[in-house]
Design a protein. Structure first.
Length: 330
């Protein structure tokens, strides 16, 4: 069955053998947010890629809607060092030496590969953020924030293809950072500085998460699968009212595991996650729609507009009306 899956090259998918060259093409769009954008359309997927070069750091974010499973042949003779956030879908790499790198949905991993020769397999829709950087930059960044060399060595396994011993779950704060990074409205030099700052925050958060994982009692695979399902449900139904007891019954997990497991895996409480989801959506609606503030509050799950205003101010340090953009009349 595996041999029947079409094997494509990077050039057949992207139109170039190297992603950094892809965005130099004339058909790539230069965005004011600091990114270059390239639409990807072929018989196997529809989507787009945005990328930004920030001196030592290169950001690449992609969204794919896959119409048919495929695999990609990759051959890189130079080091591949990147932090990969697999937000949706799964990344499955198998090298010619039969070593594998599997990054499930909602997980991240730090990939360290001196040369890359193998296949990437894809079969589901995908959202992914890659942060490429030199290992020397990583050591310098971690050292500047108090990580000792021994502490870094405890977190990573440089003899393997991945620095972390296993993929880690993307936290709520990391989700928010990625959303801010990919959908900001800043321009020119400020956009460049903003992207670089958020990229560094994500890098540091990844290693803090790895450090915490060393000292946590692991939850079972079944618990993790259920808690991921709970988070996905909350993400799609954030405007509803929830009770822990009802959620626990719905997903067949006891309240203790739901409360404490969710906090341990996602660095946030169930209700803290719901509140952040509501505020993130409300913020986008303030920026992109002419709806009244009280209507936005209601649509995002806040019963009272004055409560929404207080929570919004506590989170964003400004009032909802201060986030509004002037709507141009035609």
């Amino acid at each position: 069955m595996r041999d029947k899956i079409p094997c494509l090259t990077l050039k057949e998918i992207y139109g170039s053998d190297y992603l950094q060259d892809l965005l130099k093409n004339k058909d790539s769009e230069v965005l004011t947010s600091g990114f270059h954008k390239k639409n990807i359309n072929n018989p196997y997927l529809d989507g787009y890629l945005i990328s930004a070069n920030l001196n030592d750091i290169r950001l690449t974010y992609q969204e794919w809607k896959i119409t048919s499973p495929f695999k990609i042949r990759v051959d890189h003779h130079t080091p591949l060092i990147k932090l990969q956030f697999e937000l949706l879908g799964q990344s499955a790499y198998e090298g010619d030496d039969h070593q594998q790198i599997i990054i499930p949905s909602n997980h991240y991993q730090f990939i360290y590969n001196l040369t890359t020769h193998g296949f990437l397999n894809y079969s589901t829709h995908r959202k992914v953020l890659d942060i490429h950087l030199p290992y020397s930059y990583l050591e310098e960044l971690l050292g500047s924030q108090g990580f000792s060399k021994l502490g870094v060595k405890a977190l990573i396994n440089k003899t393997n293809m991945t620095l972390f011993k296993s993929p880690l779950i993307i936290s709520t704060d990391q989700e928010l950072l990625i959303d801010q990074l990919t959908s900001h409205n800043y321009k020119a030099d400020f956009a460049y500085d903003f992207l670089r700052c958020k990229a560094n925050e994500l890098i540091l958060s990844a290693f803090v998460g790895a450090n915490n994982a060393l000292h946590q009692s692991p939850w079972s695979n079944q618990d993790i699968a259920i808690l991921n399902a709970v988070r996905d449900y909350l993400k799609n139904n954030y405007q509803q009212d929830f009770h822990l007891q009802d959620l626990a019954k719905m997903f067949g997990i006891n309240e203790y595991k739901l409360k404490n497991g969710f906090k341990a895996l996602f660095s946030d409480t169930v209700f803290g996650y719901i509140r952040k989801m509501r505020l993130t959506v409300a913020h986008q609606m303030l920026l992109e729609t002419p709806l009244e503030i009280k209507e936005i509050a209601y649509l995002t799950g806040f019963k009272y507009s004055h409560h929404f205003t207080k929570v919004y101010f506590d989170h964003f340090n400004k009032l909802p009306k201060e986030s509004r953009k002037p709507i141009k009349l035609k």
